[in-house]
Design a protein around this ligand. Sequence first.
Ligand code: UGA
Length: 437
Amino acid sequence: MSTNREPIGVIGTGYVGLVTAAGFAELGNEVFCVDIDSEKIEGLKNGQIPIWEPGLEELVAKHRDRLHFSTDLGDALQRARLLFVAVGTPPTYSGDADLSAVNAVVDAMPPSDQHALVMKSTVPVGTGETIKRVFAEQGKQGFRYVSCPEFLKEGSAIKDFLEPDRVVVGDDGDWAGDAVVDLYAPLNAPLVRTDIKSAEMVKLASNAFLATKISFINEIANVCEETGADVVEVAKGMGLDNRIGPKFLQAGIGFGGSCFPKDVTALKQLAGNSGYHFQLLNSVIEVNELQKRRVIAKLEKHLGRLVDKKIALLGLAFKPNTDDMREASSLVLSSRLQAAGAHVRAYDPVAEEEARKLIRGVSFKSTALDAIEGADAVVLVTEWPEFAELDLAEVKNAMAGTLLVDGRNLFEPGRVRDAGLIYEGVGRAASSAHQEV
Ligand code: UGA
């Protein structure tokens, strides 16, 4: 890989910052990573990765010489022109994005006509414009600004960085935009170079659209349950239409994570603040909330009242290949079940530590079979590959009851029924009432 690639700074060593840093290191860039969390920085210096992301630890270790970690902005400012901003923008109570970490970065920048902030954090449309105004007010009008949103999925973030569907660069047509385009050039990805506001909107609209696609298929699934159609077959039939595509058509018990729920709400809020009522997104959010709760009705359909029933949750993370518990469906599910009087036991291959911080009253088990032992019903919450390998006859023998609620349509209904279990998927013919044993 080229040795004369320009050094860059990355501010914020969370999931987006670290993946971006490691990705650019892989492309040959020297990367100066900065974070205000000194414990995290010390850990990173010793090769400790604070998040669970497949391949990240190896990539950081591989490029130990190119990756520098510090709590001080000095080296990054001295060595790099482009400072990528990858700090958190969590939702506030009003649903707006909390930009305090972004604002702190802006305030920390010195006057300069040789630097640019490159925004990776997901921010409301108009943030770039505001930051440029603040720079001007602070006498830093020479500081350039580029919007370069990230499209990294947790669990496959390294691949998404190195093989992106597209690179979006929003800028004022100056050296900084050119430099960011050059940085991404080795990836040979389709480039959308545009104005800053449009780049900001691409990110929000992409996440909101994908979330809409999920809520749409979830509603189709719910209608399938009423009519006897199978949503897996329906999604296959729909997805082969090029205009629709097969991805993000997996019905389940709702989307979670740190992005979709936050970004859908942020876009709705942004629209509202600008005087536009974004009707569709209200429904996307509502459908998603209701979807998580439908599991309870499925359990009650077979078990009656859930008081003192033993329910096993398989998987807790918001999706497989991550330990991220933010907005995970398991959070709502475990508290609803406990509110209904059930005893909840749970197993997740990697998210237990994170889950323990957020879920109370649940008995955490160290294997799937431990969680299943003596359960009246098993609920598949996160489709970790290891659950697909479970010996269903063994599952049946371990359980006290016979109900398997498959919240992600991971199992083949026939295989589950052959093992002597009752199958309740999401939007699948096998879950209709006449299948009840
Ligand atoms: C999402 C986007 O996919 C990324 O492009 C974006 O960069 C990222 O947010 C972000 O804004 O940082 P991520 O939250 O990691 O990535 O996870 P996804 O794989 O998109 O899944 C989100 C949720 O949707 C999960 O709970 C998943 O189980 C659910 N989902 C996904 C479905 O229920 N059905 C599907 O067909 C696909």
